[in-house]
Design a protein around this ligand. Sequence first.
Ligand code: HEM
Length: 108
Amino acid sequence: EFGNPARGEEVFAQCRSCHQIGQGATDRIGPHLNGIFGRRAGAHDGFRYSDDMQMMGADGLTWEIETLDAYLENPKALVSRTRMNFAGLKDSQDRSDILAYLRQFSAS
Ligand code: HEM
């Protein structure tokens, strides 16, 4: 479930070395995360994803609360050879808060 978006913005500090979000966000080491909810995995045009991420998207992986929660907890458990070099957010409160923050930049 969704937590506190203001706290989620603080947790997002761990992502900013690779991801931008909000007005004017562009792709960096990772894709920008505007509109991530409801989007097919590995489907943001112009970003070069890992083969695994593209395959998961082609197989139907879509970013929703449950799938984002699983990916952020342990990226390689969901997408085994993902290029996202991030250990994961082990604290479920951190994940709920960050998901509330990310949702503010998605229409769905
Ligand atoms: C992919 C979120 C931290 C690099 C993604 C995706 C999400 C995401 C949702 C999938 C994007 C898509 O399918 O369009 C986050 C969040 C983070 C975080 C919320 C912090 C909690 C990081 C860090 C790095 C990174 C620290 C760099 C060291 C990447 C890369 C991809 C990616 C390279 C593409 C993965 C692939 O093609 O397999 N991230 N990320 N991310 N992220 Fe992150």
